[in-house]
Design a protein around this ligand. Structure first.
Ligand code: SAH
Length: 654
């Protein structure tokens, strides 16, 4: 809940606008301001105060408890010029709230948190648990100090600046895991000697995935850090060649640097200048007899992880067999761990080869293994083989097994809109900043280069190499990186989304961000030409036979549908547009309005309204879309208008 506090009439008016814009999310606190703030501070996760910053500071100062529990506070000046994130920028969500308030009220967001102000992702904003000296490591990153990034698994991190340099995970260090656990007095000795845990973790996990992580990071490292810290991004050619990979994180140099950012699912003793991010890398398979108590399931899972030196913070899901989907002990254990339960059918689990099959589950649920098989069903490496719970005085009711899965890479397919910066959606902007690897046509990269975070690896290529771009983007995501594949307009319209998704298997996450496609950008300039049914047709016959294109143009002509032609004409393709217009003219009057828009929303935008008979194809090029009206489309006051139809008003009234 967002508490709203105001002191004056102007403040109250703004407060009411906010309340109206966010129904159900806000609560208005009235009465004397001091008490209103006190109550809101105690009851709400966030506050918006329509007060001077000084007044807000004085009112909340006596109420401050600690960073973890205090609400996020935004203060807005009475003349609605600024929405200031005053308290709880990251944890309290005040930075985001300041932006959201600014959007509603039309003021400027003011954010002063260092990581946001200097454009470095806050370690606590990655959506993953963090541990250790987060503030100190963040400070070191901000100060441009060399910080070692020690990741024992690839994870789609956002770009980190070039002074954060990949470094190997020292095997000795990982091997020390047993140490702190033992020192802490946990009953781990027996488990830690099991080769299935330490043996696999030391070589399997720390070396291979790290190499993959280093590929992109090494590209950053190849650029001198001092220059790069200033200028922002590192660039490499589309084939990925980036010169000799730097290996700065090893040896005495790294030790001298001190500050270290770990990305690991292992329990580590952290030094004073070390912080850690938990990657979503562990799956725990669980089996449970009917009625198994949650304490038994949870105790088993937590014990297995602890004994193997693995953190619960990296667990992404509990996996089991369909028949146990509603087993209370499992469901509740997952809820307490804050992860979902994922189930598989018995047939799928029975087909998975496991080290410890047994007869009991086969009889009960039709698979010789539940815990191991369910943990392994999504692939990965078995770190902890099947373990049983050990309740006092009765038989075990739960089993578990732990698998490490390579975290899934992330491919965002991002439409940049037609050109103008303010037609790039906020979501697209976020995805561009979220990606550590950007893939795209060089001219589109130029369009957004200034929005990228320092440290972003840019893989740009020239016109044509579409399939190669698609393959590169998918390959980078498969390595576990966060990748953005960009295209103008909407990236799914005659653009990169389909070649990329044709390449992609279900081993990566894909996020699509819609963009304003040329037909819509042009329509808004022309008037309202798309007010009734409409199609887009590309006249490029490079990859589509002309007969197919002609058949579609004819169908649109016969069905009286408004048509927007993309790729209408180029130097080498000049007869297709007249041909297509000729087909439409067989079914539409010569006076049918035709809108021609070139470089919609770009600096040299131009547009013209003409007719089917009047259009001179020579005025059309590849930067243009051509929109042909239907038989009802009219030019009204210099604008192209396609009526919604004579039944519209009566329909609206119904
Ligand atoms: N994905 C893009 C379309 C790519 S096909 C989109 O959704 O807009 C390329 C064609 O799109 C160009 O030949 C031109 O016909 C059209 N186009 C793209 N951007 C344009 C713009 N800003 N103004 C006019 N036409 C544009």
């Amino acid at each position: 809940m967002i508490g709203l506090i105001s002191a004056t009439a102007a403040g109250a008016a703004a407060r009411d606008r906010l309340a109206a814009a966010w129904p159900g999310r806000t609560r208005v606190y009235e009465g004397p301001v001091r008490e209103a703030v006190e109550r809101a501070f105690a009851e709400c996760e966030q506050l918006v105060c329509f007060l001077a910053t000084g007044a807000t500071v004085r009112l909340i100062a006596p109420l401050l408890a600690d960073k973890a529990s205090d609400p996020g506070v935004v203060t807005v000046d009475e003349s609605l010029r600024h929405a200031v994130a005053l308290l709880g920028g990251h944890g309290g969500g005040a930075n985001d709230l300041a932006h959201a308030v600014a959007d509603v009220l039309g003021c400027a967001p003011v954010v002063t948190t260092a990581t946001d102000a200097t454009d470095i992702p806050g370690l606590d904003t990655l959506g993953r648990p963090v541990e250790g000296a987060v503030a100190a490591v963040t400070r070191a990153i901000l100060d441009g100090e060399r910080v070692a990034l020690r990741a024992d698994t690839v994870w789609p991190l956002p770009p980190l600046p070039p002074n954060v340099v990949p470094a190997p995970v020292p095997t000795g260090r990982v091997g020390q895991d047993a140490g702190p656990a033992e020192r802490a007095g946990t009953p781990s000795a027996a488990q830690n000697t099991a080769p299935a845990d330490d043996g696999q973790a030391a070589d399997g996990s720390s070396q291979a995935p790290l190499a993959a992580q280093s590929v992109a990071r090494a590209e950053d490292g190849a650029v001198p850090p001092t220059a790069d810290a200033e200028t922002g991004t590192g660039t490499v050619s589309a084939d990925g060649s980036a010169g000799a990979p730097a290996d700065p994180g090893t040896g005495p140099d790294a030790a001298a640097a001190g500050a270290t950012l770990w990305v690991t699912d292992r329990i580590l003793p952290l030094g004073a200048r070390e912080a850690l991010v938990r990657p979503p890398s562990l799956v725990v398979g669980v089996g449970a007899s009917k009625g198994a108590p949650v304490e038994e399931v949870l105790g088993l899972v937590e014990g297995a992880l602890r004994d193997a030196g693995l953190s619960v913070g990296s667990v992404v899901e509990l996996a089991t067999v369909d028949a146990k989907a509603g087993e209370a002990g499992i469901v509740e254990a997952a809820a307490r761990l804050g992860v979902p339960v994922r189930t598989y059918d018995a047939g799928t689990l029975a087909a998975i080869v496991v080290p410890n099959p047994s007869g009991a589950p086969l009889a009960a649920v039709g698979t010789p293994s539940v815990a191991e098989a369910a943990a392994l069903a999504g692939g990965g490496e078995l770190l902890v083989p099947k373990r049983k719970s050990a309740p006092e005085g009765r038989a075990a009711m739960a089993t578990c097994a732990v698998v490490r899965r390579a975290p899934r890479g992330r491919l965002a397919v991002v439409g940049l809109g037609p050109g103008a910066r303010d037609l790039l959606t906020p979501r697209a902007r976020e995805e561009l900043r979220r990606a550590s690897v950007l893939v795209g046509l060089d001219q589109y990269v130029d369009q957004i280069r200034d929005l990228l975070r320092p440290g972003t690896t840019i893989l740009e290529s020239g016109l044509g190499a579409e399939e190669e771009r698609a393959r590169t983007a998918v390959a980078e995501a498969r390595k576990g990186h966060a990748v953005a594949l960009i295209g103008s307009g909407d990236a799914g319209v005659y653009a990169m989304a389909s070649p990329a998704l044709a390449e992609a298997a279900d081993d990566i996450d894909v996020v699509g961000v819609p963009g304003v496609t040329a037909a819509l950008a042009a329509a808004a300039i022309l008037g309202a030409p798309l007010g009734h049914d409409h199609v887009s047709i590309s006249l490029s016959d490079l990859h589509t036979p002309w007969e197919v294109i002609e058949r579609r143009v004819r169908a649109a002509a016969e069905a009286d549908i408004v048509v927007t032609f993309y790729n209408p004409r180029s130097r080498g393709r000049d007869w297709q547009l007249p041909n297509a217009l000729g087909i439409l003219a067989e079914h539409r009057a010569p006076t049918t309005p035709v809108g021609v828009v070139r470089n919609a929303s770009r600096t040299d935008e131009s547009s013209r309204l003409t007719t089917l008979a009047g259009l001179d194809p020579a005025t059309v090029d590849m930067m243009t879309v051509v929109t042909v009206g239907n038989t009802a489309t009219r030019e009204i006051a210099g604008r192209m208008v396609t009526p919604r139809g004579y039944r519209w008003q009566s329909e609206g009234a119904r």
